[in-house]
Write a protein that binds this ligand. Structure first.
Ligand code: RIB
Ligand code: CA
Length: 323
């Protein structure tokens, strides 16, 4: 077990299936001090994502963590299509749960991000596993936000890998390119976890059966909601019944439990033009044949390789009953 020092963390998500699994992982990982959860429209509506988050936190025994809903549209004011075909009706694979006992935090997500950052005195890490609208709104409301944040980890983008909502765009970036552009341009240390690595760390049906057999409230919920996600992946994205681990892998990297094999600092921008490449990230990988020499002004580490051991660690963690 690696030594993980306590980290104040806020997760901004669009709680579909993989966000939910990431949230479970964070609740069960020693040394993670999850201070707040904020939600945005993406896989489902912001309100439904907040409700899903409360239900997941309840299964993990963490009704004390505040959850606030945020942006329902993109920065340009467009509605986003929900992703029922990926995450099922309601975002959790069609699995229904009792109404959450905890109430929603009344603040807008952007406000809760700013308040939590101030209270954490410069120590807060942010994990964003959804369109970046809430973070962009928080930056607009508090331009000094980067000074209050220790590190930002974003699941999103595709560097050498195809996109998943267009030939070149990944969902979290493609669903609000203007927001992503603002977040990438802000002056904070950022780690980007793109499809290049999240598509390669896979859960299998054997993992899912272990989760169900463990029979804890968290492992059972994980096993149940993953059923729908596996069916989607088998049909569309993987040559076997299983799933990618987008948001959980980003969570593992955010808390320092997964150390990337390769994560060069690269200049990253987003294509915001209304053309075929809208929502694609443009990462300057021209140094790849020389081992990615440091790009002096780049403040974004782009994860290009991990070692494939995270699925096993994740399943073991989700089967625990306590941290
Ligand atoms: O492209 C993968 C991302 O899109 C994940 O965050 C998933 O939850 C969806 O939002
Ligand atoms: Ca997500």
């Amino acid at each position: 077990m690696p030594d993980i020092s306590p980290r104040p963390l806020l997760m901004d998500c669009d709680t579909g299936i993989d966000d939910a699994v990431a949230l479970m992982y964070l609740c069960l990982t020693p040394g993670v001090d999850l201070l707040a959860v904020t939600t945005v429209a993406g896989n489902t509506s912001a309100a439904q994502a907040a409700r899903n988050s409360l239900q997941v936190l309840e299964a993990a025994g963490r009704t004390d963590i505040p959850v606030a809903a945020g942006a329902g549209t993109t920065l340009r004011g467009e509605s986003r299509p929900e992703a029922d075909h990926v995450h099922g009706k309601g975002g959790l694979g069609g699995v229904t749960r009792p109404a959450p006992s905890a109430a929603l935090d009344p603040r807008h997500a952007a406000r809760l991000i700013i308040d939590t950052a101030r209270e954490a005195g410069g120590e807060l890490d942010i994990l964003a596993t959804a369109p970046l609208t809430n973070l962009a709104l928080a930056l607009r409301e508090e331009p000094r936000l980067p000074e209050l944040i220790r590190h930002v980890t974003v699941m999103g983008g595709a560097v050498h890998h195809p996109g998943n909502v267009s030939p070149v765009a990944e969902a979290n970036i493609g669903n609000d390119p203007e927001a992503a552009e603002l977040v990438f341009a802000a002056d904070w240390d950022l780690t980007l976890v793109p499809l290049d690595v999240t598509m390669r760390e896979n859960l299998t049906e054997a993992h899912r059966q272990r989760l169900l057999a463990a029979g804890t409230p968290v492992s059972t919920l994980a096993g149940e909601i993953l059923d729908f996600y596996f069916a989607f992946h088998e049909e569309v994205a993987l040559p076997f019944r299983g799933s990618a681990l987008h948001d959980p892998l980003a969570a593992g990297i955010a808390v320092g439990e997964v150390t990337p094999v390769s994560a060069p600092r690269l200049a990253v921008t987003v294509d915001t033009a209304d053309g075929a490449a809208r929502g694609a990230i443009v990462a300057d990988t021209r140094g790849m044949h020389r081992g990615y020499p440091e790009q002096p002004d780049a403040h974004t580490a782009v994860v290009l390789e991990t070692d494939g051991t995270f699925p096993e660690l994740l399943v073991e963690r989700l089967c625990r009953t306590t941290k």
